[in-house]
Design a protein around this ligand. Structure first.
Ligand SMILES: [Zn+2]
Length: 94
């Protein structure tokens, strides 16, 4: 039985381990790691650094809706849409 992991599987397992490290190495009110008992927890810093590089940022839902709304419907050009938007009263834009 082949036990080799694909690069995606390795990445996903590293993400799970890093998340577990972040959960386990919580800091107390003074910034001291509850697991290691030190002020600057290297495990926590490494896990957070890894996650910051590999995890995809979650886009706010508002941005997704805005992008879809910005695509003109079939038969309408972007210029026509811009002209129509400019004709709207200013309080209707928000
Ligand atoms: Zn720690």
């Amino acid at each position: 039985m082949e036990l080799r992991l694909t690069p995606v599987q390795v990445r996903n397992r590293l993400i799970l381990v890093a998340r577990r490290i972040v959960a386990d190495h919580r800091l107390d009110a003074e910034g001291i790691c509850r697991t290691c008992g030190v002020l600057h927890c290297e495990a926590l810093a490494a896990a957070r650094g890894y996650l910051a590089r590999v995890e995809e940022p979650r886009r706010p839902l508002v941005v997704e809706i805005h992008r879809r709304a910005a695509v003109p419907p079939p038969g309408v050009t972007a210029t026509e849409l811009r002209i129509a938007a400019a004709a709207l009263p200013s309080d209707a834009e928000s």
